[in-house]
Design a binder for this molecule. Sequence first.
Ligand code: ARG
Ligand code: ZN
Length: 879
Amino acid sequence: MRSNQPQTIYLSDYKVPAYLVDHVDLRFELFEHGARVHSILTVRRNPQSDDVGAPLVLDGDRLVLESLALNGTPLDGDQYEDRGDQLVVADVPEQFQLSVVTWIEPQNNTRLEGLYKSSGMFCTQCEAEGFRCITFFPDRPDVMARFRTRIEADRSAYPVLLSNGNDIDRGDLPDGRHFVTWEDPFPKPCYLFALVAGDLVEKRDSFRTRSGRDIDLRMYVEPRNADKCAHALDSLKRAMRWDEEVYGREYDLDIFMIVAVDDFNMGAMENKGLNIFNSSCVLASQDTATDAAYQRIEAIVAHEYFHNWSGNRVTCRDWFQLSLKEGFTVFRDSQFSADMGSATVKRIEDVTLLRTAQFAEDAGPMAHPVRPSSYIEISNFYTLTIYEKGAEVVRMLHNLLGPELFRKGSDLYFERHDGQAVTTDDFVRAMEDASGRDLSQFRLWYEQAGTPVLTVRDEFDADRGVYRLTVEQTLPDTPGQTDKKPHHIPFALGLLDRRGQPLPLRLADDDTEAPTERMLELTERAHTFEFHGLAECPVPSLLRNFSAPVRLNYPWTREQLLFLMSHDPDGFNRWDAGQRLAVDVIQSLVGAPRDTQVEPRLVTAYRHLICDASLDQALVAKMLQLPSEAYLIELADEADVPAIHQARERVLKHLAISLRDELVACYRRNAQDSAYDLSPLAIARRSLRNTALAWLLAINDEEGRALAVRQFRDADNMTDRIGALRALVNSDYEDDRNQALASFYQRYQDDPQVVEQWFSVQAASDRAGQLPQIRALLTHPAFDWKNPNKVRAVVGAFAGQNLAAFHQVDGSGYDFLAEQVCRLDDSNPQIAARLVTPLTRWRKFAPAYRERMRAALERIRDKPSLSRDVYEVVHKSLA
Ligand code: ARG
Ligand code: ZN
């Protein structure tokens, strides 16, 4: 806790470290009442540093210093200064060993940073700055050391003792204790350090690398989860193979370990050789995990594994470069998921998240570039911009260079920088050097915040057979950035004739072998492209596969959108045309008189999607999802949430009433499955039948109700069981809702990951999740303020998904959120800061709402002793 204003850290202040640490020797004595950490650092002056007489400065946070010695000689109190967050030793030689003993209390660590306890086991989370909560150390990623770690603990309570690398020694100690020593041969920054001690079961598997080495794969979970490891281990093997095939990257240690822990601030962590996961992102069984969970687990296991090269072998110089590893690794895991399932569906999911949440971040008070230039608390910068927009930036490089040159560039990057801590600029330079392309303008994507807007106009010159397309780009101002320069944007497009045939794209009269799709490059504020040799005015299919993270404006008519929905050869754009049409229809009903007609052609289009079984069912399942309220709010200039909610509900109910029989038929056609599998088609069929159920229950259809009750009872997998539960919870059938909720809880009360889903189905429902019911959930015996997943499942789902209930005109939803943020701020500031997000968007809403949101932010601001995390978010939001 601080009393004065926290400091801002600037990229421009970066200096190489004055001292380097070559080796770290750690010994942990773990007890129930605390832990003693013995550390011996082998230190030398950095020859690259011109800061010659500099004192040795080590970071520390909440540490009790027990002893300190230099080259074996204890230091007196006047030879060092313990400033609380820094330990300063003024007079040190060129090379020396520093021995430090600290005392910490993992059992009282509710922040879940550093070493802490989760359901009886010890575990760590050191990224970004958690290692300083364990011992004094230069806690910055450009200090890379070899670690040796000895862990000592009670043998019966903690039979499993893990750290990075290879186990080289183990044995018994007096008093029923034992030890294991681990050695990691790869130098690494301390944020990749990990330790686990617990009573865990081990699941083993193995992987043979392409060079013929056998890797031991080990997964550690609590005994009750022993049957939920297979999917993660299979995903891991697929990821290992894929990274060899697609990036030429082989695993480098003999052991690869995965551990599941219940209390975890984020999704997972790529510690060298010892990945630690939030249980909800790694454990799965048919009876407890939805299709979405299975896919999320596959993606996150792959993500953390891919970090072994993009993050660990080549790491970040400083935390401003976070997207160097995160953006690249998200791009890699999305390519992997696309290869494992339906590539179009994966792209739709990624773009939906980007356009709904990242665009909102980019348009709000926390907007920042992919490579930020300042921060107060780095934990606040694990954002959609760093991760998702960062991945889009790498994807654009892939679009501009093509797969071969991109691979050449990534090979060069890994080879050139192996074992180094580098910058996003080094990454771009490798791509530049390998491809021979000039990417100087492209680098602006790392420096300029905000989402570019492309405005497209066109005209057809029938006499000359020339179609002229003008693309203009503008970049909105963001906090601290105005008058921005145009970006280098890959812009993929195609043109269709009136029968839906792709037309050759001739950029000149004599262009004979013209392709039907082109990746145009935009570099100026405006470009005009002329397409020659056309007999009729084409329909443009623009920004195919979402070739750049931009907002695209083109005045398609509803007729053209309907045409693209069924004819565009680009699957993504077929989906996008459907979304644009639905958005247009819903927007036209926002605040409109009750008797305003719902566009009849939307019904026709949806009927076609539901009934034509020859269409790609995975794509159809996505096309049937109406744009979310969150996305409609993001698109609005001044959002009136109740009006948006009502308009969307009206369209949904109108579609359900008009297509009632088709939905029942669709349900029945997709109801029969022989055995559960995770193919794109099987997933699509489950999605279709659950959408049909949801729509039928939205209109109180009795047959739909019977189908839902039966499916809830008979389901052989969690997707169907929770699909039926959600449909009932969101219906007017109050008795069925309450019965289903009670029986679901009864069945799964001992499984925390399922109970989390049970909480969030209610918290996200405008029927079951009004404020009094949310408050009741917070006092439910299964709710636990110390567990971030539970907090997210109730408070996060309410404020982030149950938008009509959250946005009450009396401000009660906002006050509720402010109250929970303040309550969490002392125990877990990272989670508290994340919960503030919905309030940071206050300027987006209609005046009555806006003012009350601001008042809630001010209440948080005025809490005494606010954490740095929440301070930064609240103050920037109010600025
Ligand atoms: N590097 C992790 C990942 O792969 C994220 C860990 C961040 N943790 C945190 N507490 N900030 O996504
Ligand atoms: Zn990551």
